[in-house]
Ligand binder design. Structure first.
Ligand code: GKR
Ligand code: MG
Length: 434
């Protein structure tokens, strides 16, 4: 079997005004859909980061892909898997995920790998998770992912969307948002995006969530705090985020050494709130220092930027060996990414937390898989008994996504620009802010 054709689709999907320490989500999130066709007429698909740079990188790869054997991918594209650099330079501290040039090749490789595995799954009649070692679970649990949010449902002009969740800029608002998410999807864990309001209000929000639902809460301020503030919040929330609850504190402060300082102070205070990361630790080269210094106790994997699904499985093995937990990171996405996340999670024994997903923030109108939205059963995605990823592209919907992209005025994610437009014309991303 040889690759005979590739197609790269740039699409835009409505995204509500969610807040994080990066700023404010724009009314559209950008995604790229990749199709890889074989000379025997089978097509594999993948979804990755959007905008011009990720799509151009895939287009540039065309000469290396056409004629290549999809079974021999690692050999063909070995130079791309790891990306470049490590530590602060490679981190997602200042750049939103998907915008870091140092992990660009790992991201591109991942999209190609996913599409090839989907292709191979379709050619052999096997679900993707069963090609990469076989599933250890038939259903993959995901978390409710509440965000502080302004009023609005995303989209612009004639395409403005209904606001299903409403504004949430207080502890009560967050509890109401999570109530809706749980009622609709059945989630059993809560990953809470913070780093937006004064830490005392965010502490109150975590307490309100624990009180209202009694579920594990994981708090992620994306480096908005100094080491001192991180230590204070960790101490104050020792009960609510403690390891016994299944909670953790994710990237409270920037850099591996910052996380080390927080961890040491929390342990000295007898406070076992584990620290997780998808900002300080983003590649294999970050692991030696992070493990040596006990900077993080949980790593968030993400096949989209860790260099693909098999790299995630290697990461899981390293985490298991060194006694670290493994969780899964997410960014705004549709059903193709969701199914890829579910397949890799299904085939990764050492996955110690329910995965993150932004899927509830996307809408049926934008979904590009045949049959519409992927269903959740009690917070989990069930692996379908179908070959490959188990989902097909709806080409009419894909065309609508391309039209939205053509009309959309921007070509990369920029949460600072959106913050300046709608909240504060002088807004800067200050780290630490508190
Ligand atoms: O969607 O604003 C967002 C998140 O802040 C996202 O970009 C982060 O990458 O969810 C992510 C995280 O866990 O850091
Ligand atoms: Mg995070």
């Amino acid at each position: 079997m040889r690759i005979s054709e590739i197609a790269v689709h740039r699409i835009a999907i409505a995204d509500p005004p969610l807040r994080s320490s990066y700023g404010l989500h724009q009314p559209y999130a950008l995604r790229t859909i990749l199709e890889i066709k074989s000379d025997d007429g089978i097509t594999g698909i993948a979804e990755t980061y959007g905008g011009e740079a990720p799509a151009d990188a895939l287009e540039k790869l065309r000469p290396r892909l056409i004629g290549a054997n999809p079974f021999r991918l690692t050999g063909t594209l070995a130079d791309m898997v790891e990306g470049k650099g490590s530590g602060d330079a490679r981190s997602q501290t200042m750049l939103v995920p998907g915008e870091n040039p140092l992990d660009a090749t790992a991201r591109t490789y991942s999209a190609v790998e996913t599409a090839c595995l989907d292709l191979i799954g379709r050619a052999t009649g096997q679900p993707l998770c069963d090609l990469i070692g076989g599933r250890v679970r038939d259903a993959v649990p995901f978390s409710a992912y509440p965000f502080y949010k302004h009023a609005g449902g995303g989209g612009e002009g004639d395409d403005k969307r209904e606001d299903e969740y409403g504004e949430a800029l207080s502890p009560e608002g967050i509890v109401a948002q999570v109530r809706q998410l749980i009622a609709k999807y059945g989630f059993k864990d809560i990953k809470f995006k913070t780093g937006v309001l004064d830490p005392d209000i965010e502490i109150e929000s975590v307490r309100a969530l624990r009180k209202a639902f009694g579920l594990p809460v994981r708090m992620d301020p994306n480096c908005a705090w100094s080491v001192e503030t991180s230590i204070r919040v960790g101490k104050e929330l020792r009960e609510e985020l403690g390891s016994a609850t299944g909670g953790y504190l994710e990237d409270p402060t920037a850099s591996i050494s910052g996380m080390t300082a927080v961890r040491r102070a929390l342990l000295d205070a007898g406070c076992n709130v584990p620290l997780a990361s998808n900002v300080a630790v983003t590649c294999f080269a970050d692991l030696p220092q992070a493990i040596r210094e006990d900077a993080v106790q949980i790593v968030l994997c993400d096949h989209h930027y860790w260099g693909g699904m098999r790299q995630v499985q290697h990461l899981a093995k390293i985490c298991a060996t060194w006694g670290l937990g493994l969780s899964m990171h997410s960014n705004s996405h549709l059903g193709v990414s969701l199914m890829a996340m579910a397949h890799v999670a299904a085939a990764t024994p050492h996955l110690s937390y329910a995965c993150d997903t932004h899927y509830p923030w996307s809408q049926a109108k934008d979904e590009i898989v045949v049959g519409g939205r992927i269903k959740f059963v009690e917070g989990s995605v069930v692996i379908p008994e179908k070959p490959g990823l188990g989902v097909d592209l709806d080409h009419d919907q894909l065309a609508r996504g391309r039209e939205r992209y053509a009309k959309c005025p921007y070509r990369k994610r920029d949460d600072t620009a959106e913050m300046r437009k709608h909240v504060d014309p002088n807004w800067e991303r200050l780290l630490p802010r508190w």
